[in-house]
Design a protein around this ligand. Structure first.
Ligand code: AMP
Ligand code: ZN
Length: 666
């Protein structure tokens, strides 16, 4: 088989497997086999850039960086929905409908998915763009980001789809993925995301589509829009969309009367918790498209659709005590300790109070009966106080002024929501938390040592710092509870072995605020060694791609602290990696340092992705659009004429693929 056919075959196989996995939830081959096929395709595409396809399954890994999203006008406006909160509201709506439409009306019932609304455009069966709702008339084009979402088809199945149409839906972050993302956030010493919906819409606006690809987003579709759709009812359009390969939720149902609508609402009000993602109501639509047209729109919303909002699950219970937790960065979180109560299928004993402002805003006091609600959040939250039950003698809550553990006066910086205990060197939960972070899986990953043992080692005064780990001897740890000959040996060996961990993970393990895994990698790439990083100025740091003011500030602060300097000297003396290895260094060149390049068109010798990699490994910066800051435009075949004109006008040098390859030659 020639390359062209092989590529085509792999693409269609991968599209199909992708569909079976992410839309039907019924994979046919193993992840491993899928990855192998994908790899094979990637290699073939690299060898044959002439068969470039912007909708190839290989495009799902992302990598395009968009600095600012383009505003696009929707072909058809995206309306919002009128809301109803009771069955009477719905009956009134039916009456209004029947005044306009004479024949009997049937409804479709769908769940109202709580995410970010999206409009996808398809042309000749190919995905062409994705746009956010924006103000309903125009939104942001986020095509590259949406392409990474596996449940969005890049090519449609069958052949009876309209030539051009939009399909609307919702991009959600299922609970499981949300919990995983938050666990990572917390591990990095950052505040967790508030809820899945905001996290989903935030993810869609990330600049780096490679980052979006890592987030387990899901696209649910429910509305075909366009001319000559070839369908008569909403229900039929869902069936059609499903057949074209779209992820159309199965919960939609036809209701022949308002009575049936009520049954649907009652059923899902009880069972929505069994779904893997958040829903906040039911959307009822007139099923006949002909009748929809008769009904038309108000300025804001269609007259043929209505949202019914579920009441958020809420209970009231007694708040016994407000306690305060101290995190590894010293951040204080207030926690409400409640009389245990059943909520959304779990027993709730504690709820988050967020921060001092929140307590003041709600005027929450110990001894109050409070309302607790559980949305998408993992930890339920307190949304208010039942003032009718307040004890007249109660006093407003005074937020603590000193650390609940070490009693150091707390600090709160301008513009920050949280209070901090500044005693980072002497405050036990901070000491323990820092060491626990240092040994965690993504940092030093020390075998044989767990979080509880760390707490024990600190309690027994055997260590008070992560650098102390490297002075531990078997005899020191043997007397500890539950420690045997073998486990003590493993622990010491694990610590010894961690000296081989690469610099980027050591840097992450140091626990610099806001320096998570990804930032650590970026810093290592830019500075190569801890000494160079430690002497970098604020301006220098912020000039690094994606390092903002907040991170830079935190890095500078960390390295100006004497205790940290001493720690690093000690780690160095124990033989940890505090710079990238010779080998890693050799693989890096700086031939394109300080240069910004834009790639456009199709190339003969290397793929676009490879070009991007080449630019980055040689120290250059690859951006997607031409500006005054662009140094070179690497032009391939089929480059748009507007790009060339723009480059010429701005005086950007235009070079060919060969000229580029010459630049990085040894
Ligand atoms: P609202 O933002 O409260 O006006 O509600 C309207 C939004 O609900 C729409 O823009 C959609 O993003 C969203 N929505 C969620 N599920 C559905 C559904 N099944 N049908 C229509 N809209 C939905
Ligand atoms: Zn403290």
């Amino acid at each position: 088989m020639d390359a062209k056919h092989k590529i085509e075959q792999l693409r269609s196989e991968l599209h199909e497997h992708n569909y079976k996995y992410y839309v039907l939830d019924n994979p046919e081959i193993s992840d491993y086999d899928f990855d192998m096929k994908l790899k094979e395709l990637q290699e073939l595409e690299q060898a044959h850039p002439e068969f470039y396809d912007s909708n190839s399954p290989t495009m799902r890994v992302g990598g395009e960086v968009t600095k600012s999203f383009k505003t696009v006008v929707h072909d058809f406006p995206m309306y919002s929905l009128s809301n109803s909160y009771s069955k009477e509201d719905l009956e009134d709506w039916e009456t209004r409908i029947q005044k306009i439409v004479e024949e009997p009306v049937e409804f479709t019932c769908e769940l109202k998915y709580d995410g970010a609304s999206i409009s996808l455009t398809y042309e000749n069966g190919e995905f062409v763009r994705a746009v956010t709702r924006g103000d309903g008339t125009q939104g942001d084009e986020i095509t590259h980001n949406v392409k990474t979402i596996r449940s969005v088809p890049l090519k449609l199945k069958g052949d009876d789809y309209p030539e051009r149409f939009d399909i609307r839906g919702e991009i959600v972050l299922p609970y499981e993925g949300f919990a995983k993302l938050n666990a990572e956030k917390v591990e990095q010493g950052e505040e967790p995301y508030a809820n899945p919906r905001n996290t989903a819409s935030g993810s869609l606006k990330l600049q780096d589509s490679g980052e979006v690809a890592k987030r387990p987003l899901l696209c649910l579709l429910y509305n075909l829009t366009g001319e000559n759709l070839g369908v008569d009812t909403q229900m039929e359009s869902l069936t059609k969309a499903r057949a074209w390969g779209f992820n159309v939720p199965e919960e939609a149902q036809l209701a022949k009367s308002m009575e049936a609508v009520f049954n649907y609402i009652d059923y899902w009000d009880k069972h929505r918790r069994d779904l893997p993602y958040e829903t906040d109501g039911v959307v009822i639509k007139v099923n006949s498209l002909q009748q929809q047209e008769e009904l038309g729109y108000t300025a804001k919303s269609p007259r043929w659709a209505m949202a019914y909002k579920f009441k958020a699950e809420q209970v009231s219970t007694l708040l016994n005590e407000i306690t305060y937790q101290v995190g590894r960065t010293g951040a204080i979180t207030p926690v409400a300790n409640l009389d245990p109560v059943q909520l959304a299928g779990t027993t709730v004993k504690r709820a988050s109070l967020h921060n001092a402002d929140q307590i003041e805003k709600l005027d929450v006091r110990e001894g109050d009966v409070v309302f607790v609600e559980k949305g998408g959040e993992i930890i339920p939250k307190i949304i208010g106080v039942d003032f009718t039950q307040r004890n007249p003698d109660s006093k407003p809550t005074e937020y603590i002024k000193v650390c609940p553990v070490c009693e150091t006066p707390l600090e709160r910086k301008e513009g920050e929501a949280l209070h901090f205990c500044p005693n980072s060197e002497g405050c036990p939960p901070q000491i323990i938390g820092r060491i626990q972070h240092f040994i965690s899986r993504k940092a030093m990953d020390i075998e044989g040592l767990g979080g509880e043992t760390v707490a024990l080692l600190v309690k027994e005064n055997l260590i008070e710092d992560y650098a102390d780990l490297y002075t531990l001897k078997k005899e020191d740890v043997l007397p500890l509870e539950r420690m045997a000959e073998k486990s003590a040996e493993n622990l010491i060996q694990g610590i010894e072995a961690s000296k081989e961990v690469p610099f980027e993970r050591v840097l992450f393990g140091l626990g610099i605020r806001y320096v998570g895994e990804t930032v650590a990698k970026k810093l290592v790439k830019a500075y190569k060694s801890i000494d160079v990083l430690a002497s970098a100025s604020l301006e220098n740091l912020t000039s690094v791609d994606e390092i903002g003011e907040r991170i830079a500030q935190s890095v500078v602060e960390f390295f100006s602290d004497d205790a940290n300097k001493e720690r690093i000297d000690r780690l160095r003396s124990y033989g940890l990696n505090l710079e990238i290895s010779e080998e890693e260094l050799e693989n890096q060149s700086q031939k394109l340092a300080d240069l910004t390049l834009v790639i456009s068109g199709v190339f003969e010798k290397v793929s676009r992705k490879e070009l991007q990699n080449l630019i980055e490994t040689h120290g250059g910066k690859n951006t997607s659009s031409i500006s005054k800051k662009t140094d070179y435009l690497v032009a391939g075949d089929n480059m748009g004429p507007s790009k060339r004109t723009k480059a010429e006008n701005l005086g950007v040098k235009i070079i060919t693929e060969d000229e580029f390859l010459k630049m990085i030659e040894d």
